[in-house]
Design a protein around this ligand. Structure first.
Ligand SMILES: [Zn+2]
Length: 767
């Protein structure tokens, strides 16, 4: 019998229950007991759902109040000293590490002011984990036993689960040394960490767990020899301990083949590999695993929403069964389902034809079960027939194909993707147009999305506000943001984006070829969820998407207002892409639609246009090699196709979130000005990497994920550090990212301090 397995289920609840409960707790509206209760209810619901669907192997400890990697940091006491001095409760320490905490003193409690830990993209997904940060005075020990508690919770419901933890090598390799401890290689901490893993695994076994899933997604990266050696060492060590559950070592998001030598001969019960992303690894993997070890075949996509093709998947799994036998094969999701929306049945408004092509987390449970049954020879003919019909219907659907779009993509040439003059000449032509001071100040685009904005948008969507009334409201919000920016004396203004629900969805809704969900939320980080639109067919722009708001904003101020667009790669990455054509083609389709929008903005008198590409880094293939080099070329070209139709005098900006950007890749975009997230990257080497970047750049000066307000002095010291390496004449002053998740009060204070700091440096550099 081939078993079915799910590597993890979304923890946000079918109606975003976790977000509501967490935010209510943060705002002091509910107690910690209320929050814990909601967590418990979600876990119970998820386990029962999987049990009812017939899934054989169900995960526990896939739940988290913030992030599963952060949970491990707390569990192992990898807590930098700054979080421990306030005697906060453990859950509050966890939240402080995830999002920072700033609290005024009360009669009973002292003031608290701590920044958050660095947050990093989880591989090439749009999920973010809180980076383990290893300081000098680290004492590894167990804080509580969350994995055991949640295992027991499921057991009490009569559901046997397979607890999942990020494995020791990935945990260390994804972490970093704290700035007081920079000589440390985190992987050297393995010897201290292994006994703690052993302790928690023994406790799980004692509680009744017969197997565990240890996730080692770093196995799909290019690993240095010492990390490969750490894999061997860690799992050999576990093999020597007594009283541990059986271990399934799981990798996902790519091929593990280059690291297979490290896996050969390890004393584990089995391995999981992602065959959605890397089907080509099947033969190497089968050859590498030992006699009696099981192979978990990740064949149901944990990262996308398309219906599985049962016939193809069955054929694929049968290759493994033929060689290993049914008892050694498991049919599984490719990764945790964390990256997919919870339930397609929540989509009452979706076009039924399209709905028939999709599968969300809840539907994917049925998919692993059906494929496992089919491979095992059980009768699932009705499900197979319906599936084959849906797959055939999608291929021939009129939603998918548009010949005019295909022809236009084929016509892209070098001229379309090159600005008329190189940057130095553009800069000279732009100077008299903009007359900007040294250290020009700006923001990234969005301003706080208040309750008022959401209420009015909802009313408009429900038809309770007319188009004129809504436009009047949006204009009043734009005016408020413009006046605010004039008042605090920013140099380059934005309209604040009150009309936008989301930076991708807003444009997607206006493009032909996109579909939308009403409830298809996916966790991005902490309590921030996104609702990725779905690219279903060839993409085109029926009419202008953003010109009206930008033109209104420019009409009410003498300062320059940036037009704000989302770039082709970000639109692609933050949507669920098609799986029937390559991503490059989808990026070019988006680039052409955006090119028309950029040109329309310019024609309407907007002289600075920012095309954001925050997702360009996460799209980078995880491994060095041909695929990565090709991506760097086509991603940059897509950006340039979108932005090269303008005159030399028009200033093109771009923005990137998250660190570890390759300056050469950014250079290839040839934007006049770029801004990057920087505030949590306190690393002189990183600044140095951008020293020779030829165009202008704004290194983000404050963390917009945190409500914390930096002082003017803090800004000055930060800029001072940067200017030790970075040339003043190229430097723009801006926050890390857009401000839409922040409140107005903290926004006002932070930006005021930032502008004051810029003015301080203007004085310093006067002649
Ligand atoms: Zn950003």
């Amino acid at each position: 019998m081939v078993q079915s397995a799910v590597l993890g289920f979304p923890r946000i609840g079918p109606n975003r229950e976790l977000k509501k409960a967490t935010e209510a707790y943060w705002n002091g509206k509910t107690s910690v007991e209320d929050l814990l209760k909601v967590g418990k209810e979600i876990r119970e619901q998820n386990w029962k759902l999987q049990k009812q669907a017939g899934v054989d192997i169900i995960a526990s400890n896939d739940f988290s109040f913030y992030d599963q990697v952060l949970d491990l940091s707390v569990l192992f006491n990898v807590i930098p000293e700054r979080y421990t001095k306030y005697n906060l409760a453990q859950l509050d320490v966890l939240f402080a590490m995830g999002r920072g905490l700033q609290r005024k003193a009360t009669d009973s409690e002292p003031a608290v002011d701590v920044t958050a830990l660095e947050m990093v993209k989880w591989f090439d997904s749009n999920y973010h984990y809180v980076r383990p940060t290893f300081g000098k005075n680290l004492t590894f020990k167990l804080n509580g036993q969350k994995p055991v508690d949640e295992f027991l919770e499921a057991k009490a419901l009569g559901i046997q689960t397979r607890p999942v933890l990020v494995g020791p090598v990935s945990y260390l390799h994804l972490g970093k040394a704290d700035k007081d401890n920079l000589e440390l290689d985190p992987i050297s901490l393995l010897d201290q960490l292994l006994p703690l893993y052993t302790e928690i695994l023994q406790k799980l076994a004692a509680a009744g767990a017969t197997e565990v899933q240890l996730d080692e997604p770093t196995l799909v990266l290019d690993l240095p020899a010492n990390v490969q050696a750490a894999v061997k060492k860690a799992y050999t060590y576990f093999g020597q301990q007594s009283g541990l559950p059986k271990i399934t070592l799981a990798s996902y998001f790519g091929t593990a083949v280059p690291n297979l030598d490290a896996l050969k001969g390890l004393p584990v019960a089995g391995f999981h590999f992602d065959f959605v992303r890397a089907p080509e690894q099947i033969n190497d993997v089968i050859a590498a695993i030992g006699a009696n070890q099981t192979l978990s075949v990740g064949i149901v996509d944990g990262r996308n929403i398309w219906k599985n093709n049962f016939a193809k998947s069955t054929e694929f799994v049968n290759q493994a069964v033929a060689k290993l036998g049914a008892d050694r094969v498991v049919v599984a999701t490719s990764s945790s389902l964390l990256h997919t929306p919870v339930d397609l049945e929540n989509e009452a408004k979706l076009n039924p034809e399209l709905k028939n092509y999709f599968s969300f987390a809840t539907q994917k449970l049925g998919e692993v079960v059906t494929i496992a049954k089919n491979v095992s020879g059980q009768d699932v003919s009705a499900a197979l027939k319906a599936n084959a019909e849906a797959i055939a219907a999608r291929a021939n659907s009129s939603f998918i194909n548009d010949q005019a779009v295909k022809d236009r993509v084929a016509s892209i040439d070098a001229k379309m993707s090159t600005r008329a003059a190189p940057f130095p000449q553009r800069l000279e032509e732009q100077k008299p147009v903009f007359k900007l001071p040294l250290f020009p100040t700006t923001t990234i685009g969005s301003f706080p999305q208040t309750k008022d904005i959401r209420i009015n948008r909802n009313k408009f969507n429900k038809g309770q506000l007319s188009a004129e009334e809504y436009e009047k409201f949006i204009n009043s919000e734009i005016e408020r943001v413009i006046r605010f920016q004039e008042e605090i004396d920013l140099d380059v203004l934005v309209h604040g984006e009150p009309e936008r629900n989301d930076m991708v969805q807003y444009f997607g809704e206006q493009l032909k070829g996109y579909a939308f969900t009403t409830n298809g939320w996916v966790q991005s980080y902490g309590s921030r969820y996104v609702r990725p639109p779905i690219i279903v067919g060839d993409l085109s722009r029926p009419k202008a998407m953003s010109v009206k708001e930008s033109v209104y904003a420019q009409s009410i101020t003498k300062k320059h207002v940036k037009g704000m667009l989302t770039g082709p790669i970000t639109c692609l990455r933050w949507s669920f892409p098609r799986d029937d054509i390559d991503q490059q083609t989808q990026a070019y389709q988006l680039a052409l639609a955006l090119r028309d929008e950029v040109n329309d903005l310019e024609a309407a008198g907007i002289k600075i246009i920012q095309v954001d590409e925050p997702a360009i880094r996460e799209g980078l293939p995880l491994r060095a090699g041909a695929e990565r080099s090709a991506y760097q070329v086509w991603a940059a070209e897509a950006f340039r196709v979108a932005t090269s139709g303008v005159s030399n005098k028009t200033q093109i900006h771009s923005h990137f979130c998250y660190s570890d950007l390759d300056p050469n890749h950014i250079k290839a975009l040839d934007a006049d000005v770029v801004s990057i997230e920087f505030s949590k990257k306190d690393d002189a080497n990183y600044i140095a990497e951008f020293k020779d970047y030829p165009n202008h750049i704004g290194l983000g000066l404050f963390d917009i994920h945190s409500p914390r307000v930096p002082s003017k002095e803090e800004f000055i010291s930060k800029i001072d550090t940067i200017l030790k390496t970075y040339p003043a004449e190229k430097f723009w002053v801006n926050p890390d990212c857009g401000l839409k998740t922040r409140g107005w009060e903290e926004t006002r204070l932070s930006l005021t301090h930032m502008v004051e700091a810029a003015k301080y440096f203007r004085e310093q550099y006067k002649n």
